[in-house]
Ligand binder design. Sequence first.
Ligand code: CU
Length: 70
Amino acid sequence: MRRCVEEAAGALDLADIVPVADSAEQSTDTTMWMPLTLEAGTYAGPCFIPDPETGLPHAAMGMYIVFTVE
Ligand SMILES: [Cu+2]
């Protein structure tokens, strides 16, 4: 499983992933702002809430963002 994930991520070493923040669940159609002070680097913001029909985390359905702090 880990090998498949690494290949899909383009040789991303999962050991390099460091959690920096998390959030509580929120209601549908709401917005949450999370003030963070981040060091330069590349970050990912995935949603791990499961879809009620498929059970897949929303991230597997495209609900994530990858961004860079310079
Ligand atoms: Cu979501």
